[in-house]
Each structure stands twice: as C-alpha cells, then as structure tokens.
Design a binder for this molecule. Sequence first.
Ligand SMILES: Cc1cc2nc3c(=O)[nH]c(=O)nc-3n(C[C@H](O)[C@H](O)[C@H](O)COP(=O)(O)OP(=O)(O)OC[C@H]3O[C@@H](n4cnc5c(N)ncnc54)[C@H](O)[C@@H]3O)c2cc1C
Length: 577
Amino acid sequence: MTESDLPVANLTPGRWGDPTQAVELPAAALEALKHLGVRRPTPHGAVGESGSAAPEGAGKAGGPGGAGDAGGPLAEAVSPTTASASGEGAVSAVGSGAVGGGRELGGEGLAVLVGVLGPEHVLTDFESRWAHTRGYSTPDLLRHRMGDTTDMPAAVVYPGSHEEVQRLLGVCSEQGIAVVPYAGGTSVVGGLAPQGTAFVAVDLRRLDKLVEIDEVSRTARIEAGVRGTAAEALLAERGYTLGHFPQSYEGASIGGYAATRSSGQASAGYGRFDQMVVGLTVATPRGTIELGRAPMSAAGPDLRQLFLGSEGALGIITSVVVRVRPRPTERSFEGWRFASFDEGLTAIRRVAQDGPVPTVLRLSDEAETAINLADPNVLGGGSGGVLAIVGFEGARTPVRRAELAEVLTAAGGTYLGEGPGDTWRQGRYRAPYLRDPLLDEGALVETLETAGFWSTLPALKAGVTEALVNELTAQGTPPIVLCHVSHVYETGASLYFTVISAQTGDPVAQWRRAKIAANDAIAKAGATITHHHAVGTDHRDAYAAEIGPLAVETLQAVKRVLDPNNILSPGILIPPS
Ligand SMILES: Cc1cc2nc3c(=O)[nH]c(=O)nc-3n(C[C@H](O)[C@H](O)[C@H](O)COP(=O)(O)OP(=O)(O)OC[C@H]3O[C@@H](n4cnc5c(N)ncnc54)[C@H](O)[C@@H]3O)c2cc1C
C-alpha cells in the first residue's frame, strides 16, 4: 500500500477521519490515563458558548445537491435552540436570509450568490453549514461536541471554475459579503472561522481536476479542490507523485496545502508544499493574478510567496502548478536508536547539513519514544534512548542507505532494522484517530509545532515543555509532553509537541491558557509561532508580534489593494487595520 492507494476519506464533523476507520483505545492506554487523573466527563448539558445545538447527520463531505455523510457520533449533542436543524431546503432560504453563527446574511445577498452559481450550488441548510463550521483543532472538536454553532457560515457555496470564483468575489465585494475559502477543512488554527461577521464558506471541491501534465518539465497543474489523496491517485495513473504527505493527508486539499504552506512527512526529500509550487492562479475581488512563468526568476520579489501561506486573506487560489517526480519504485523505512535526544539531534543535524539526506527524517524524544512506541523491544531490549525514523524513496535507495548508515553509526546511532520504520509508516495516518477516543475519556490532548535554528532548538524544546508543564500543573492537571523533530533543513528544524493531561471542567479555556504559555515560550526562544500549521485566528496576534508592526502594515496595505472591502477571510491571518 502506498499513498496513491489511499482512498479519499469522507470526513465527519467533530471527529477526525473516515468513520469506518475509528479506533478504540487499548486497555493499557486507558490504565495510563488514570495516572494522569483522567476521568470520563459527564455528558454535556447546555455547555456551548452559543448555547445552541449540533445537528444530526451533518457530514463534512456534505456537497452540492446532496446531504453530508450520515452523521458522526453526536450522541452528546444537545437539542437545537438558536439554529434551525430542520435542514431547510437550501435555496428556498433566498429572500428570507440565512443565519450563520447567530449572524445574518440578507436575502438579497443570497440572491446575488444564486445569480452567480445557480440555486443548486448555494446551500443554506443547517447540515451543510454545520459541516463547514471550524476545523479539527482540539478546541474545534470540543466545541463541536458542545454543539457550539458560533462560527457557522450563513451559507455554503460551490463554484465550479476559476471564472465562477472570480465572479463570486466580484459580487461579494460589491455587496460586502464576507467569504472564507474551504478546501479540505482540516485547519487546526481557526483558519475557517472569521470572528464577528456573517460569512459564506466557499467550498472548492468542484475544482477537482488534474488539468495538465508537462512531462518534459515535470510539472502538473492541479485545481485547488483536489484532495491530496485524489491528486496522488491522478498523478499515479501517469507515473508521477507529488510526494506531499501531511498527517492530514486523508482530508486536506491542494488549495489548502498552498494557502497554509503545508509541510508533509516526506519533506526532507520532497520539500515543503511551497517549495513544490512553481506557479499559481489566484482570484481576488479586483481580478485574477497569474504567477510563475519560469521555475525561478529575478524579476522583482517572488510574488508567488505572497499568496502561498495567505490563508484566504488575499485571494482564492484556484489552481497551482507543482513540480512532480516519477513514482518511486524503491522504498525503505528503518529505525535508529540514539542514547539521548541531544545525541540524536546532533546526528540528524549532520545529515541535514552534510547529507546524504533521506526522504523522511524524524527524531522522537525520550518521552515520545517510550509512549508512542509501547513495544518494549523497539529499542533493542527497552534500554532507553530515542528513536529516529529514516525513510528512503526513489533511485539509488540501497546506495544512499549505506552512505547514511555510516554517518549515523559514526554519530552514535544503532541500526534497529526495518521493523520500527515499517511500523511508523503503516501507522502514520492512524495516530490522529486516537485523539477522539482520548477526548471522549476526558483527556485533553492537543499538538503544537514551531521551528528554529539548530543552535536554538535545545532551549526551545526545554522552554516550551516547561511552559506547558507549569501552566497545566497550575491548573491542577499535570501533563505529559512529548516532542519530535518533524522536518529538517540545513539551518534548523521544526519541533512538534503533543500534550496530554486530564481535562478540567472547561477544557477549551484550559487549553487556551496552556497555548498562551507555550506561545510565550516560543517567542522568548526566538522561534516561529508555526512551522506548518499556519496562522488562522489562533496565531494571528503572535504572528503580528513575530513580524512587527511595519510588516503587519505592509500586509494590510496589500490586502487593501486586493480586497478593498475586506471581504476575504476577515480577521484571519492579517489583523484588521
Ligand atoms: C490530524 C491533522 C494532522 C495534520 N497534519 C499536518 C501536517 O502533517 N502538515 C501540515 O502542514 N499540516 C497538517 N495539518 C493541518 C492542515 O491539515 C493543513 O493546514 C492543510 O494544509 C490544510 O488543508 P485543507 O485543504 O484542509 O485546508 P482548509 O482547512 O480548508 O483551509 C486552510 C486555510 O486555508 C484557506 N484556504 C483553503 N483553500 C484555499 C484556497 N484555495 N485559496 C486561498 N485560501 C484557501 C482556508 O480559508 C483556511 O484559512 C493537520 C491537521 C490535522 C487535523
């Protein structure tokens, strides 16, 4: 099984992944949770901030003309109060207006949308809007369980071409209708929830084509709504791969990858998504921008980089031209043991700087090695230490493996064979499925990530860990904090933290405080607020502090030019001017 064989998953709102693949927690994990003081919460009453309801049968895969999937497990949902759960016919709402998160979009506004896209592509029924409410951060999942309908779009629209997106933005700008692009919906940073305004979710799933492949240049134009899994399958038919495999691979889409500058688990070999993009087409309220006449150019600043990572605030990316590679015929994943995280860090730095660089390179710390790899034999007899995963794909795999083995051995590594590598590879999309049963049991579990230069990483890791431990312990819920190096570069790397503790009575506020403490520690260590999860609303203020007021003003000025009526994802990424 390779990535191009994985099916497109029908995500359900409020729980990660394909519902048919849901996992149960092993007995050992349940036992371990007791030591953290985790207790199964009592079913929610009217807890949501809005006091409103979750609908039955709301599917993330809800699409034009059709209902969403049969609903995810919504047993704890309270009954509807502020919003209609009747699933009223979408376009029949035209003329009466539509309520989103308690904020209304007038009937005139809906009529304008219908005028551009036709009634079948403008949905206002509750299920469709609920299925497009927020993303998949832990606070998002918790608020979903509470039936919190704030942040729900007033309507969901489905444009079918670049031209339709362009026309849509034109009329929305004239009418002052806020829009938020929605690709796979897997944002974990509040990127789908503009604050304080009625808005329309622009679901891009109908932009679903692999438009063309230039086999000589090895590039492909892919539309923004193509899911990562579908893109790989389409490219595989022609013998190519993109090589972009984030852990959200089952759900995320090409447009989302570009808009968030996503980074996949094979980034050491294939690069980040922003490094794969050589051209893009963007619709803005003022018109279309086409970028990327050549792979590289000295013609002024590289404006592609202005739109990569722009999170819907500057325009809607409707297609990208990406570099593709021949599908690998050889693959191998192996495990290496190091005595300590510091020793492993030095080893993988040497590899990142002097090579040979594999396709996948990641290093777990002691805590993550012990917990995630509960198999006591994985490190050769449970003698402690940390695990590195090294993966190779493509040509010369045996030669590159042998060269790298010499470097890692010289750096203190012990070869553990392919067992740990294969285990990691097979389980790598399964880990997020554990979060929902953990939340059900009353655990608070969330991840966060950052990046810094190699020289800063030990202090960064220590500072973030200490901040999380101190803050959650002060709240009466001492946590376990796990960490791994997830992506490497010549000059530095990203650190990815997983936090597990017992939930307090208000886990959303509990995590908010912990996250603020972690953000402060990241800033203090001089690192970036996000390496690949992006900014959204959750990181917006920290991002502004990171780049400084003049840089913020620069972004605001660009936004004013492209989006004079501030309809594009207001409040997401760029602070209001
Ligand atoms: C379980 C899990 C694991 C994850 N693992 C990773 C990982 O390994 N690596 C990683 O990088 N990220 C990861 N993420 C975060 C998320 O998957 C990425 O940010 C992903 O790139 C988002 O893609 P999407 O298609 O779901 O975008 P969405 O969530 O739909 O959108 C993300 C943001 O981009 C905007 N946007 C979407 N499409 C467009 C467009 N066409 N034009 C302009 N703006 C647009 C949206 O409005 C939103 O602000 C993970 C998330 C989850 C839930």
